[in-house]
Design a protein around this ligand. Structure first.
Ligand SMILES: [Zn+2]
Length: 254
């Protein structure tokens, strides 16, 4: 529905947002949206996903793109009483061949491309693949979730703490102390999390280290994951080799 809302209000078809011609970013996002229910249900019910879910989710995406065409057909053709004259495939052909793709380079739109029949079918195919990719990406997101293996439950985020360092240099000292800890038995970890500055610094080369504390909803087992970002201009960028995961953090007081 969001898809139609955007198209209706802006005459902008989200699905046809294509980056560098071949990467159907819009279609991937819509494919992910189509699978968001799947994502939340698996997380909520703590069902572990397997390769069947992978097929299920990509299929759901494929079904999603067909549904979009069909709903469009329903509203534009059947509702205006033309259902007997224009079949679904005629409609599909008409829509595909009459779509014009615009060349966008940054914010400059130099002009429309001449309508090439076959090219439009290639684009439909590219979008279709994008949809399937959206399903696959959502699957991988679930797969990448932290799991408490003995309980087969997804870990739930309890707390996130951000600590800041004025320079890369001061962070590196912290990083080497982190690296010296045993990932299975992180004594003094709370000190390392607690004693650092939580006052945001945003100047160039400042480092932000985000700790995420996650717990198993059944057995209370906890992990602590850390990830660093470095300030580059106006943005925080990922800091290479900065992630740390500590298990056995059940007793940790943050
Ligand atoms: Zn557990």
């Amino acid at each position: 529905m969001i898809h139609f809302f955007i198209e209706d209000t802006t005459t902008f078809n989200l699905c046809s947002l294509t980056l560098f011609w071949l990467l159907p970013v819009g279609a991937i996002l819509v494919g992910m949206a189509a699978n968001s229910g799947y994502y939340f249900m698996t997380r909520w019910t703590h069902r572990m996903v397997d390769r069947y879910d992978f097929f299920g989710m990509t299929l759901l995406s494929a079904f999603g793109i067909c549904a979009i065409y069909y709903i469009e057909y329903h509203f534009l053709v059947i509702q205006s009483g033309l259902g007997d004259e224009i079949g679904f495939w005629d409609f599909f052909k008409l829509v595909t061949e009459s779509t014009e793709y615009r060349v966008r380079v940054g914010k400059i739109i130099p002009g429309r491309l001449p309508s090439l029949g076959w090219f439009n079918y290639v684009m439909v195919f590219v979008h279709f693949i994008g949809f399937l990719l959206g399903g696959a990406v959502t699957f991988l997101l679930i797969k990448a979730s932290d799991i408490c293996k003995p309980c087969s439950k997804y870990m739930v985020k309890v707390q996130a703490i951000k600590v800041f360092f004025g320079s890369l240099q001061s962070y590196l000292g912290y990083a080497s102390r982190l690296g010296a800890l045993d990932p299975e038995n992180p004594n003094f970890l709370s000190d390392l999390v607690e004693k650092e500055s939580k006052i945001p610094v945003k100047h160039e080369q400042a480092v932000r280290y985000t700790w995420t504390y996650k717990k198993c909803p059944s057995c209370n087992a906890a992990i602590l994951k850390g990830e660093g970002n470095i300030r580059d201009g106006k943005e925080w960028k990922d800091l290479k080799d900065s992630s740390h995961t500590f298990s056995n953090c059940d007793e940790l007081k943050l």
